[in-house]
Design a protein around this ligand. Structure first.
Ligand code: ADP
Ligand code: MG
Length: 301
């Protein structure tokens, strides 16, 4: 027979849209010190739209869009889909690209009209050891300061250089701020955010969400394979960590955390790695998990 307290907990949680896969995770949730959120898709909607395009080195913005859409045409990444969709709305069918290659967490590359191009973020610029030309600087600073992700179109070859930049905006979920305030009110010491996105973008989103400097924390420009290291780092400081995420690249961190929470229409891998799954994408569900944890503890004693 199932003990009464478990069946009550299960019924309450099902009603609140909380799927409990690991009962111990629910038990641990009430003692969690830090909640680490994935940024894209968890604190933000993960629905990017093109907000600006700029060209450099004699390339105009139409050409930047045209080439970037071609390079991104074989990528499944949400940033890629946003560029291809936007290009389709503006110009219809895109150029043909071949020999597509993905550089996970950094960008993609492909051949268009016999020339090799890449599209990617700051990690890709670092890997190629190049910088955006000064004529793009003010646009890039403005966009990043507003929390928009900036991708660079890069010509690869003898003279590898940045030909332009595209800004992609992603809205912060309207409930995210309240979700964070609720966790604090429930005694969570530290709120943290992790992303593969640029530092400036991550900081802008954190400021928007009311992160407190010195207490809360932002992990930016983290490669997918290193996301679980952030969890381990917090744990090594003696903190009990809940990790909240949705993506394939969040799975190792979800598995490593004291409590792994997969959110909404998360990927199968994220759901598999988590101890708790939220039915909706509303981050306020995380506070609900903590309340459930406290309530079921009270019932047990
Ligand atoms: P997140 O941690 O926000 O889920 P990812 O690890 O998927 O992000 O990607 C991190 C960064 O890698 C992106 O912000 C972007 O700069 C770059 N990137 C990843 N995929 C692509 C792509 N298809 N095209 C361009 N840039 C990409
Ligand atoms: Mg994500």
């Amino acid at each position: 027979a199932i003990p009464l307290v478990i069946s009550i907990t299960t019924a309450v949680s099902a009603k609140a849209g909380i799927l409990v896969k690991d009962r111990l995770a629910i038990e641990r949730m009430r003692t969690v010190d830090a909640v680490l959120f994935d940024k894209t898709g968890t604190l933000t909607k993960g629905e990017h739209t093109v907000a600006g395009i700029a060209g450099a080195e004699g390339t105009d913005s139409d050409e930047v869009l045209h080439l970037a859409a071609a390079v991104e045409s074989d990528s499944e990444h949400p940033l890629a889909r946003a560029i291809v969709t936007y290009h389709g709305h503006e110009h219809g069918e895109g150029a043909h690209a071949s020999d597509f290659r993905s550089r996970t967490g950094k960008g993609v590359e492909a051949t268009v009209d016999g020339r090799r191009y890449a599209v990617g973020g700051p990690a890709l610029l670092r890997e190629l050891d190049i910088e955006a030309p000064s004529e793009l600087e003010s646009d890039i600073d403005t966009w990043s300061g507003r929390g928009a992700t900036v991708l660079h179109l890069i010509a690869l070859g003898d003279e590898t250089k940045v030909l332009g930049a595209i800004a992609l905006e992603d809205e912060v979920r309207p409930e995210a701020k309240q979700a964070i305030a609720d966790l604090r009110a429930q005694g969570v010491q530290k709120i943290a955010m992790i992303t593969g996105d640029a530092r400036a973008v991550a900081e802008a989103v954190a400021a928007d969400l009311g992160f407190v400097e010195g207490r809360d924390e932002v992990f930016a420009e983290v490669l997918p394979a290193d996301k679980d290291q952030a969890v381990i780092g917090l744990q090594q400081r003696g903190l009990r960590v809940a990790m909240v995420g949705d993506g394939v690249n969040d799975a190792p961190a979800l598995a490593r955390a004291d409590v792994g929470i997969a959110i909404g229409a998360g990927t199968d891998v994220a759901i598999e790695s988590a101890g708790v799954v939220l039915a909706s994408s509303d981050p306020r569900g995380v506070g609900g998990v903590r309340r459930l944890s406290k309530a079921s503890y009270r019932k047990m004693i």
